[in-house]
Design a protein around this ligand. Structure first.
Ligand code: 5GP
Length: 209
């Protein structure tokens, strides 16, 4: 569709670390081309295997606070004692190109994006079928110190209460099924009627061009 006629859309994914978001997104990317993944900026230390500019932009607290001062973030939040934020500029560019812009952000970030860009936003809360399953996955993954895992579980217990703020819920038990659900949501997010330039569409539809 002509870029003048349709804007891009935002798809927010939230859910606890360990719920399988990364595996789901991998499957999603194999089946979806017109997307842009928003790489967040964070002050947390990289995990083993994580790369600067791929997983996150890893910065110092001072650098992050400078970006806050310069109004560079669409939203930012403190999660597990670290800052996480979404830079505005690349998002704007991707939206102009009509892309599906994917955010992996927490509940606080979700609420802030909804406040600013509700009409183009679709959101999905992803979690494991139970807290016990999340705990098992986090300990099995073995990428974090037990203290950090306990902190993540504590946060997950709080975040689950926000699931009704989201348009969709995926209980990620079966990766195949969950990835099909996510792909369906991505497709639907891009045909929200509010993304279309109504006046131009009607003119064309009436044959007035
Ligand atoms: P992790 O440290 O496991 O990568 O992420 C911790 C939490 O921070 C996750 O819930 C993730 O969705 C959230 N997060 C990552 N990037 C952002 C961001 O840019 N903004 C907000 N608000 N949350 C984020």
């Amino acid at each position: 569709m002509d870029k003048e006629l349709q804007k891009g859309a935002i798809l927010i994914l939230s859910g606890p670390s360990g719920c399988g978001k990364s595996s789901l997104l991998k499957k999603f990317y194999e089946n979806f081309s017109n997307y842009y993944f928003s790489i967040s900026t964070t002050t947390r230390a990289p995990r083993i295997g994580e790369q600067h500019g791929v997983d996150y932009f890893f910065v110092t607290k001072e650098e992050f606070e400078e970006d806050i001062k310069n109004d560079n973030f669409l939203e930012y939040a403190k999660v597990h004692d670290n800052y996480y934020g979404t830079s505005l500029k690349p998002i704007k560019e991707a939206l102009i190109l009509g892309k599906l812009v994917i955010f992996d952000i927490d509940v606080q970030g979700h609420d802030l994006v909804r406040e600013k860009l509700d009409s183009i936003t679709t959101s999905v809360f992803i979690t494991t079928p139970s807290l016990k399953e999340l705990e098992n996955r986090l300990y099995k993954r073995d990428t974090d110190h037990p203290e950090i895992i306990e902190n993540r579980l504590k946060n997950a217990k709080i975040e689950i209460h926000s699931l009704d703020k989201y348009d969709y819920l995926i209980l990620n038990d079966d990766l195949e099924l969950a990835s099909k659900q996510l792909i369906s949501i991505g497709n639907v997010a891009l045909i929200k009627s509010s993304l279309f330039n109504k006046d131009s569409i009607i003119k064309i539809w009436l044959g007035e061009n």
